[in-house]
Design a binder for this molecule. Structure first.
Ligand SMILES: [Zn+2]
Length: 256
């Protein structure tokens, strides 16, 4: 864990919003407009570990223009800091390795619980977990953590994994899988995402744009962000999805 705030201190986020991001760009691609309207939110990137200097370059890193894994992760960290500054979000990191470097997110659920106890957020946003081993691991670990803190008053909200949500049938499959585990996912919020501030934040991830086939503001990043409220079937069935005060958060997203 490494604090990334400009002051270099661990933020006190009691009562705030915590977004779990598998990789450096996922929270911004999937939740950038939501974050823009809620300054001070915390984005915790899970697979932020930096491989050793002799780690071999991967095909993905090569496509992103890098010659080494360490170089790639250090550059992505810098890009992320710049993107989060645009959204006035606070970045935190776990030191877990990306799946492409052999990372498995071992023990992640317990580490998330530790962070929940430390940061005491009122809301956690997790990737719904559509595709890519790291996304699915982070999503499942967050769901396990949710089970371990059932007495807390945290609202658990899933965001759609940007780009992957356009793959045919993936959302449907994941919703069915959640339902099979007794987890209800109910549409909670839709946020327009075609905003200059989100475009600038997405553009910060310069090394990944071309391999992702993404032009900021012209792809899935600019389409509305959809959020799903998670609840336990037996507890929440039939309850309203009205947004309580804590969840309404900040002002509407604005372009500075
Ligand atoms: Zn990702």
């Amino acid at each position: 864990m490494r604090p990334e705030s400009s002051e270099g201190t661990v933020p006190a986020a009691s009562g705030g919003i915590l977004v779990l991001s598998p990789h450096f760009d996922d929270a911004v691609l999937g939740c950038g407009a939501f974050l823009a309207g809620r300054p001070g939110s915390i984005v915790l990137t899970v697979c932020a570990g930096v491989p050793p200097g002799d780690a071999p370059v991967t095909d993905w890193d090569r496509r992103c223009g890098f010659h080494g894994a360490r170089e790639a992760m250090l550059a992505r960290r810098e890009e992320n800091q710049y993107a989060l500054q645009k959204l006035r979000a606070i970045g935190l990191e776990f030191d877990m390795l990306d799946g492409q470097y052999g990372g498995q997110c071992t023990g992640l659920a317990a580490r998330i619980v530790q962070e929940l106890l430390r940061l005491r957020p009122c809301m956690v946003l997790l990737p719904i977990g559509l595709f890519h081993e790291d996304h699915i691991r982070v999503s499942n670990a967050a769901l396990r953590a949710r089970r371990w803190v059932t007495k807390s008053r945290i609202s658990w909200i899933a965001y759609e994994d940007a780009l992957y949500r356009r793959y045919a049938g993936l959302m449907q499959q994941r919703l069915a899988a959640l339902r099979a585990r007794g987890i209800q996912a109910t549409p909670w919020l839709t946020v327009p995402a075609d905003l200059p501030v989100k475009r600038r934040a997405v553009a910060a991830y310069a090394s990944q744009l071309e391999p992702l086939g993404l032009t900021p503001g012209r792809g899935d990043d600019a389409l509305p962000e959809h959020y799903w409220k998670l609840g336990d079937e037996q507890v929440d069935y039939g309850q309203s999805t009205a947004i309580p005060p804590c969840e309404r958060g900040g002002a509407d997203p604005q372009s500075p």
